[in-house]
Design a protein around this ligand. Structure first.
Ligand SMILES: [Zn+2]
Length: 334
Protein backbone atom coordinates (compact mmCIF):
# COMPACT_ATOMS: atom_id res chain seq x y z
CA UNK A 1 0.00 0.00 0.00
CA UNK A 2 1.18 3.42 -0.85
CA UNK A 3 2.66 5.27 2.06
CA UNK A 4 1.50 8.83 1.76
CA UNK A 5 3.46 10.52 4.40
CA UNK A 6 4.34 13.57 2.40
CA UNK A 7 3.55 16.42 4.75
CA UNK A 8 0.52 18.62 4.56
CA UNK A 9 2.24 21.82 4.98
CA UNK A 10 4.46 22.71 4.54
CA UNK A 11 9.51 43.67 13.57
CA UNK A 12 11.65 45.04 15.23
CA UNK A 13 14.60 47.46 15.63
CA UNK A 14 17.42 48.15 13.24
CA UNK A 15 19.39 45.10 12.28
CA UNK A 16 22.97 44.21 12.81
CA UNK A 17 23.62 41.79 10.00
CA UNK A 18 26.45 39.37 9.84
CA UNK A 19 27.10 36.87 7.11
CA UNK A 20 28.71 33.52 7.50
CA UNK A 21 28.97 30.31 5.67
CA UNK A 22 26.55 27.43 6.00
CA UNK A 23 26.79 23.86 4.86
CA UNK A 24 25.00 24.35 1.60
CA UNK A 25 26.21 24.37 -1.93
CA UNK A 26 25.46 25.50 -5.38
CA UNK A 27 24.56 22.76 -7.77
CA UNK A 28 27.46 20.34 -7.62
CA UNK A 29 28.07 20.08 -11.33
CA UNK A 30 28.70 23.79 -11.68
CA UNK A 31 32.32 24.81 -11.64
CA UNK A 32 31.84 28.54 -11.80
CA UNK A 33 32.56 30.24 -8.51
CA UNK A 34 30.07 32.87 -7.39
CA UNK A 35 32.30 34.20 -4.65
CA UNK A 36 33.17 37.81 -4.94
CA UNK A 37 34.91 40.26 -2.76
CA UNK A 38 32.57 40.74 0.20
CA UNK A 39 30.81 44.05 0.68
CA UNK A 40 31.28 45.92 3.92
CA UNK A 41 29.68 43.95 6.74
CA UNK A 42 29.59 40.69 4.85
CA UNK A 43 31.76 37.64 5.12
CA UNK A 44 31.95 34.95 2.48
CA UNK A 45 33.93 31.90 3.45
CA UNK A 46 34.79 28.84 1.46
CA UNK A 47 32.17 26.12 1.76
CA UNK A 48 33.30 22.55 2.37
CA UNK A 49 31.94 21.41 -0.97
CA UNK A 50 32.73 24.34 -3.18
CA UNK A 51 30.94 27.64 -3.55
CA UNK A 52 28.80 29.04 -0.82
CA UNK A 53 25.43 30.18 0.29
CA UNK A 54 25.44 32.96 2.83
CA UNK A 55 23.74 33.33 6.15
CA UNK A 56 22.13 36.60 7.11
CA UNK A 57 21.73 37.06 10.84
CA UNK A 58 19.48 39.43 12.70
CA UNK A 59 19.80 38.83 16.41
CA UNK A 60 18.88 35.15 16.78
CA UNK A 61 17.23 34.82 13.38
CA UNK A 62 19.29 33.13 10.67
CA UNK A 63 18.29 33.40 7.02
CA UNK A 64 19.92 31.53 4.15
CA UNK A 65 20.60 33.37 0.92
CA UNK A 66 22.21 32.78 -2.46
CA UNK A 67 24.98 35.28 -3.27
CA UNK A 68 23.93 35.57 -6.92
CA UNK A 69 20.45 36.67 -5.83
CA UNK A 70 21.60 38.74 -2.86
CA UNK A 71 23.70 40.94 -5.11
CA UNK A 72 20.68 42.10 -7.15
CA UNK A 73 19.80 45.47 -5.57
CA UNK A 74 16.16 45.33 -6.67
CA UNK A 75 15.55 41.89 -5.20
CA UNK A 76 14.83 40.57 -1.71
CA UNK A 77 14.96 36.86 -0.98
CA UNK A 78 15.63 34.41 1.81
CA UNK A 79 15.07 30.95 3.23
CA UNK A 80 14.11 30.97 6.91
CA UNK A 81 15.55 28.58 9.47
CA UNK A 82 14.43 27.30 12.86
CA UNK A 83 16.26 29.39 15.50
CA UNK A 84 15.01 32.65 16.91
CA UNK A 85 11.43 33.86 16.91
CA UNK A 86 8.89 33.86 19.72
CA UNK A 87 7.32 30.41 19.36
CA UNK A 88 8.22 27.71 21.88
CA UNK A 89 9.09 24.12 21.04
CA UNK A 90 10.50 21.85 23.74
CA UNK A 91 12.07 24.68 25.64
CA UNK A 92 13.63 26.44 22.66
CA UNK A 93 12.50 29.58 20.89
CA UNK A 94 11.78 28.92 17.25
CA UNK A 95 10.78 30.89 14.18
CA UNK A 96 7.60 29.09 13.21
CA UNK A 97 6.18 30.90 10.20
CA UNK A 98 3.10 28.75 9.57
CA UNK A 99 -0.20 28.76 11.41
CA UNK A 100 -0.56 25.58 13.44
CA UNK A 101 -2.66 24.22 16.28
CA UNK A 102 0.31 24.03 18.61
CA UNK A 103 1.25 27.69 18.14
CA UNK A 104 -0.69 30.91 18.62
CA UNK A 105 -1.66 33.13 15.72
CA UNK A 106 -0.02 36.06 17.50
CA UNK A 107 3.28 34.21 17.70
CA UNK A 108 3.25 33.35 14.00
CA UNK A 109 2.41 36.92 13.01
CA UNK A 110 5.17 38.25 15.25
CA UNK A 111 7.62 35.73 13.76
CA UNK A 112 6.64 36.82 10.26
CA UNK A 113 7.20 40.46 11.18
CA UNK A 114 10.66 39.61 12.53
CA UNK A 115 11.50 37.57 9.47
CA UNK A 116 10.50 40.39 7.14
CA UNK A 117 12.35 42.93 9.26
CA UNK A 118 15.49 40.80 9.16
CA UNK A 119 15.23 40.86 5.36
CA UNK A 120 14.67 44.61 5.39
CA UNK A 121 11.30 43.89 3.79
CA UNK A 122 8.85 45.06 6.45
CA UNK A 123 6.97 47.17 3.93
CA UNK A 124 6.31 44.22 1.61
CA UNK A 125 2.95 42.51 1.47
CA UNK A 126 3.55 38.85 2.31
CA UNK A 127 1.68 36.45 0.02
CA UNK A 128 1.31 32.98 1.49
CA UNK A 129 -0.97 30.66 -0.46
CA UNK A 130 -3.00 27.86 1.04
CA UNK A 131 -0.83 25.06 -0.30
CA UNK A 132 -2.58 21.95 -1.59
CA UNK A 133 0.17 19.91 -3.32
CA UNK A 134 -1.15 20.92 -6.72
CA UNK A 135 0.24 22.45 -9.90
CA UNK A 136 -1.85 25.60 -9.44
CA UNK A 137 0.18 28.75 -10.13
CA UNK A 138 -1.05 32.28 -9.48
CA UNK A 139 0.12 35.25 -11.53
CA UNK A 140 -0.24 38.21 -9.23
CA UNK A 141 -0.56 41.91 -9.99
CA UNK A 142 -1.53 42.67 -6.41
CA UNK A 143 -2.07 40.87 -3.13
CA UNK A 144 -5.11 38.57 -3.31
CA UNK A 145 -8.12 39.96 -1.49
CA UNK A 146 -9.27 36.49 -0.39
CA UNK A 147 -7.41 33.35 0.68
CA UNK A 148 -5.88 31.73 -2.35
CA UNK A 149 -5.19 28.04 -2.92
CA UNK A 150 -2.20 26.95 -4.93
CA UNK A 151 1.46 26.03 -4.80
CA UNK A 152 3.27 28.70 -6.77
CA UNK A 153 2.99 32.40 -7.43
CA UNK A 154 4.71 34.74 -9.83
CA UNK A 155 4.83 38.48 -10.35
CA UNK A 156 6.77 41.37 -11.85
CA UNK A 157 5.27 43.92 -9.48
CA UNK A 158 7.26 45.46 -6.63
CA UNK A 159 6.11 45.28 -3.03
CA UNK A 160 4.82 41.69 -3.06
CA UNK A 161 6.74 39.14 -1.02
CA UNK A 162 5.94 35.76 -2.54
CA UNK A 163 6.26 33.02 0.07
CA UNK A 164 6.10 29.25 0.25
CA UNK A 165 5.90 27.28 3.46
CA UNK A 166 7.73 24.01 3.86
CA UNK A 167 8.83 21.50 6.44
CA UNK A 168 10.42 18.86 4.12
CA UNK A 169 9.02 19.79 0.69
CA UNK A 170 11.21 21.67 -1.76
CA UNK A 171 11.04 25.47 -1.92
CA UNK A 172 12.23 26.94 -5.21
CA UNK A 173 12.74 30.64 -5.92
CA UNK A 174 13.01 31.82 -9.53
CA UNK A 175 14.38 35.15 -10.74
CA UNK A 176 14.46 36.63 -14.21
CA UNK A 177 17.16 39.31 -13.85
CA UNK A 178 16.43 40.74 -17.29
CA UNK A 179 12.65 41.13 -17.10
CA UNK A 180 12.60 41.68 -13.33
CA UNK A 181 10.11 38.90 -12.74
CA UNK A 182 10.04 36.36 -9.93
CA UNK A 183 8.29 33.20 -8.75
CA UNK A 184 8.10 31.09 -5.61
CA UNK A 185 7.30 27.40 -5.92
CA UNK A 186 6.34 24.70 -3.41
CA UNK A 187 7.20 21.22 -4.67
CA UNK A 188 6.40 18.14 -2.64
CA UNK A 189 6.34 14.78 -4.39
CA UNK A 190 2.90 15.41 -5.82
CA UNK A 191 3.85 18.87 -7.10
CA UNK A 192 7.11 17.52 -8.49
CA UNK A 193 5.25 14.72 -10.27
CA UNK A 194 2.95 17.38 -11.75
CA UNK A 195 6.02 19.39 -12.89
CA UNK A 196 4.98 22.48 -11.00
CA UNK A 197 8.35 24.21 -11.37
CA UNK A 198 8.40 23.65 -15.13
CA UNK A 199 4.85 24.96 -15.38
CA UNK A 200 5.78 28.04 -13.34
CA UNK A 201 8.58 28.73 -15.81
CA UNK A 202 6.08 28.29 -18.64
CA UNK A 203 3.83 30.91 -17.03
CA UNK A 204 6.78 33.28 -16.71
CA UNK A 205 7.60 32.77 -20.39
CA UNK A 206 4.03 33.59 -21.40
CA UNK A 207 3.43 36.45 -19.01
CA UNK A 208 6.81 38.12 -18.71
CA UNK A 209 8.60 36.95 -21.89
CA UNK A 210 11.13 35.25 -19.67
CA UNK A 211 13.86 33.25 -21.39
CA UNK A 212 14.69 30.16 -19.30
CA UNK A 213 18.39 30.58 -20.06
CA UNK A 214 18.27 33.89 -18.19
CA UNK A 215 16.59 32.48 -15.10
CA UNK A 216 18.32 32.02 -11.75
CA UNK A 217 16.88 29.29 -9.52
CA UNK A 218 17.49 28.67 -5.82
CA UNK A 219 16.47 25.27 -4.50
CA UNK A 220 16.27 25.62 -0.74
CA UNK A 221 16.65 23.22 2.18
CA UNK A 222 14.34 20.20 1.95
CA UNK A 223 14.27 16.60 3.05
CA UNK A 224 17.18 14.84 1.38
CA UNK A 225 17.55 11.62 -0.51
CA UNK A 226 19.10 10.37 2.74
CA UNK A 227 15.79 10.53 4.61
CA UNK A 228 12.80 10.81 2.28
CA UNK A 229 11.16 7.41 2.31
CA UNK A 230 8.27 6.84 -0.07
CA UNK A 231 6.37 3.80 -1.30
CA UNK A 232 7.52 2.08 -4.47
CA UNK A 233 4.19 3.10 -5.96
CA UNK A 234 5.45 6.68 -5.88
CA UNK A 235 8.62 5.65 -7.70
CA UNK A 236 6.59 3.86 -10.35
CA UNK A 237 4.50 6.99 -10.92
CA UNK A 238 7.68 8.99 -11.38
CA UNK A 239 9.12 6.43 -13.73
CA UNK A 240 6.02 6.58 -15.89
CA UNK A 241 6.54 10.35 -16.26
CA UNK A 242 10.31 10.92 -16.36
CA UNK A 243 12.97 9.00 -18.27
CA UNK A 244 15.67 9.75 -15.72
CA UNK A 245 13.53 9.02 -12.65
CA UNK A 246 15.70 6.04 -11.57
CA UNK A 247 18.49 8.54 -10.85
CA UNK A 248 16.37 10.18 -8.18
CA UNK A 249 15.61 7.05 -6.20
CA UNK A 250 17.65 4.81 -4.01
CA UNK A 251 16.91 1.65 -2.10
CA UNK A 252 17.52 1.35 1.56
CA UNK A 253 20.98 -0.05 1.99
CA UNK A 254 21.95 -2.75 4.41
CA UNK A 255 25.52 -2.86 5.56
CA UNK A 256 27.95 -1.66 2.94
CA UNK A 257 26.43 -3.49 0.03
CA UNK A 258 25.15 -1.26 -2.71
CA UNK A 259 21.60 -2.13 -3.61
CA UNK A 260 20.78 -0.71 -7.02
CA UNK A 261 17.16 -0.11 -7.89
CA UNK A 262 16.83 -2.88 -10.40
CA UNK A 263 13.16 -3.27 -9.63
CA UNK A 264 12.26 -0.19 -11.66
CA UNK A 265 13.18 -2.02 -14.87
CA UNK A 266 12.61 -5.58 -13.76
CA UNK A 267 9.25 -6.80 -12.67
CA UNK A 268 8.62 -10.10 -14.51
CA UNK A 269 7.22 -13.01 -12.50
CA UNK A 270 9.76 -15.07 -10.66
CA UNK A 271 12.02 -12.21 -9.69
CA UNK A 272 12.43 -11.01 -6.18
CA UNK A 273 9.64 -8.71 -5.02
CA UNK A 274 10.35 -5.01 -5.12
CA UNK A 275 11.31 -3.30 -1.88
CA UNK A 276 8.44 -1.92 0.13
CA UNK A 277 9.83 1.56 0.31
CA UNK A 278 12.53 3.59 -1.39
CA UNK A 279 14.32 6.89 -0.89
CA UNK A 280 13.47 9.83 -3.12
CA UNK A 281 15.69 12.86 -3.75
CA UNK A 282 13.12 15.52 -4.53
CA UNK A 283 15.68 18.26 -5.05
CA UNK A 284 17.42 16.23 -7.73
CA UNK A 285 14.08 15.68 -9.45
CA UNK A 286 13.33 19.40 -9.47
CA UNK A 287 16.81 20.30 -10.60
CA UNK A 288 16.35 17.94 -13.54
CA UNK A 289 13.10 19.72 -14.42
CA UNK A 290 14.87 23.09 -14.30
CA UNK A 291 17.58 21.86 -16.66
CA UNK A 292 15.01 20.35 -18.98
CA UNK A 293 13.15 23.68 -19.01
CA UNK A 294 16.29 25.35 -20.33
CA UNK A 295 18.04 26.77 -17.26
CA UNK A 296 21.82 26.85 -17.31
CA UNK A 297 23.55 24.54 -14.86
CA UNK A 298 25.53 27.47 -13.48
CA UNK A 299 22.31 29.35 -12.71
CA UNK A 300 20.86 26.68 -10.43
CA UNK A 301 21.80 27.03 -6.77
CA UNK A 302 21.20 24.02 -4.62
CA UNK A 303 21.17 23.72 -0.83
CA UNK A 304 22.23 20.31 0.42
CA UNK A 305 20.80 20.85 3.90
CA UNK A 306 18.37 18.06 4.82
CA UNK A 307 15.43 19.11 6.99
CA UNK A 308 15.27 15.70 8.67
CA UNK A 309 19.01 15.50 9.39
CA UNK A 310 19.32 19.10 10.59
CA UNK A 311 16.76 19.35 13.35
CA UNK A 312 18.98 21.97 14.99
CA UNK A 313 18.54 24.35 12.06
CA UNK A 314 15.35 23.39 10.23
CA UNK A 315 11.86 21.97 10.68
CA UNK A 316 10.87 18.53 9.45
CA UNK A 317 7.33 17.22 9.32
CA UNK A 318 8.66 13.70 8.84
CA UNK A 319 10.78 14.00 11.95
CA UNK A 320 8.49 16.03 14.19
CA UNK A 321 4.99 15.29 12.95
CA UNK A 322 2.05 17.62 13.46
CA UNK A 323 3.91 19.76 15.95
CA UNK A 324 6.60 20.67 13.45
CA UNK A 325 7.05 24.35 12.69
CA UNK A 326 7.09 25.74 9.17
CA UNK A 327 9.95 27.31 7.27
CA UNK A 328 9.24 30.05 4.77
CA UNK A 329 11.07 30.93 1.58
CA UNK A 330 10.36 34.35 0.15
CA UNK A 331 11.18 36.50 -2.83
CA UNK A 332 10.12 40.02 -3.76
CA UNK A 333 10.91 43.01 -5.97
CA UNK A 334 11.87 46.25 -4.25
ZN1 LIG B 1 18.61 13.49 5.78
Amino acid sequence: MLRRRAHLGCAQSSCDYTYKIVAATKTPSSKRSVRKRPAVGQTYLAAPSGSSWIERRDRSIRILQVPALAKLPWLVHGFSTRPGGVSHRDGEKVLNLGFAEWDSRENVLQNRRRFQSALDASDFELISLKQIHSDVIHLLDAAPTAPCQGDASATNRPGLLLGVQTADCVPILLVDPKKHAIAAVHAGWRGTLQRIVAKAIGKMQMQFKTKPADLLAAIGPAIGGCCYEVGTEVAIQFQSQFADAPEWFDEFRTGDEPNPIQWLDMMPPGHQPPPKNVLLDLRKANRAQLLLAGLRTANIFFSDLCTACRGDLLFSYRKEGATSGRLMSVIGIR
